[in-house]
Design a protein around this ligand. Structure first.
Ligand code: AMP
Ligand code: MG
Length: 311
């Protein structure tokens, strides 16, 4: 009888422990944006600290504006050697750029600077100035680095035996493992016009859900809105009829590069690009609010047009 009571007690304690699995949540400011980190598990506090130091390290390495970053040194022509990881990042970025036909262009620094986006010193450059800026191949990895950071962060967490986390790095969401109750993570897609999310994307396990939108960074001059996603053909904010693109992919860096690139391409070209690919899904919000989603996007909570494999 005593043994049965002890057994029942142990079961009750185990059940209680799984129910209240240790979770740490913290809001931090990094990479010019507010980030929300949620990590579960016995070592979740250590996990948070690791992620914070990783974000700081990646910001120091890849910042477009810090003079001593790898990018700063590259742009000044004073960096002659990379370590293997840095070389890998630059190689991957160039491959992603090639795959998007140049719609993702990591060399737009001079153009972005001409619009004043770095110091919020906004201005509208002349066409001549833009042509000149387009001719200067200056690095800016702002379109990819948060996605890369999310991906690196979950790889680090796994080395600490942490298998459950959700990191919202300012519009770039990275999940690790399943939700505690085994259900899918529910990620809201921001309404470009503000208010409640437009819809919800469900993802299981480890995935990146990355949004590029014209509402994320912009200025207005003489009644015209100028946003931060540049069409590399013109040097001007992409005028593709889209307000946002969300990419769902198991690779954070790819998701980030593609969200930027698909925004530049516009709905038609982006849909064709998706049809030729097999490694991501996407949700598009047009400037008039209409929503489109590729057939595997698992979008709910709103009406939308489905983009099929067959045209
Ligand atoms: P995202 O918010 O990921 O779409 O990235 C936008 C940021 O990437 C901008 O603030 C620029 O620093 C940079 N950028 C702008 N246009 C492009 C582009 N066509 N390709 C790559 N990076 C870009
Ligand atoms: Mg991006």
């Amino acid at each position: 009888m005593k043994k049965i009571v002890v057994f029942i007690l142990i079961c009750a304690v185990l059940f209680a422990c799984t129910g209240c699995e240790n979770k740490v949540q913290e809001t931090v400011y990094a990479m010019d944006t507010v980030m929300d980190l949620q990590i579960w598990g016995a070592d979740s506090q250590e996990g948070i600290e690791k992620v914070k130091s990783l974000l700081k390290e990646l910001e120091d390495d890849w910042s477009t504006t810090k003079p001593d970053s790898i990018i700063g040194q590259l742009n000044r022509g004073t960096l002659s050697e990379f370590n293997p990881k840095q070389q890998w990042v630059l190689d991957e970025v160039l491959k992603l750029s090639l795959r998007t036909g140049g719609s993702f262009d990591p060399n737009l620094r001079s153009v972005v600077a001409a619009w004043g986006f770095y110091g919020q010193d906004y201005r509208v450059p002349s066409d001549d100035e833009l042509q000149q800026a387009l001719g200067q191949d200056q690095w800016d990895l702002g379109g990819v680095i948060k996605g890369y950071a999310g991906q690196e962060a979950v790889e680090w967490l796994q080395t600490l035996d942490i298998d459950r986390a959700i990191l919202n790095l300012g519009g770039n969401v990275q999940t690790l493992g399943n939700k505690p109750d085994g259900s899918a993570w529910q990620i809201g897609i921001q309404n470009p016009k503000g208010g409640d999310p437009v819809g919800i994307v469900s993802v299981y396990g480890t995935a990146a859900v990355v949004t590029s939108g014209d509402y994320q960074r912009y200025f207005e001059k003489d009644g015209v809105r100028y946003h931060h996603i540049i069409d590399p053909q013109t040097g001007k904010p992409a005028d593709s009829g889209l307000s946002s693109v969300t990419v769902i992919c198991n690779d954070g860096m790819k998701a980030d590069a593609f969200s930027t690139a698909l925004f530049v391409m516009g709905l038609e070209r982006a849909s064709d690009f998706w049809r030729q690919s097999g490694d991501f899904e996407a949700v598009f919000i047009l400037s008039d609010g209409t929503v489109y989603a590729t057939e595997g996007a698992a979008l709910s909570g709103c009406e939308y047009e489905v983009i099929s494999r067959e045209k």
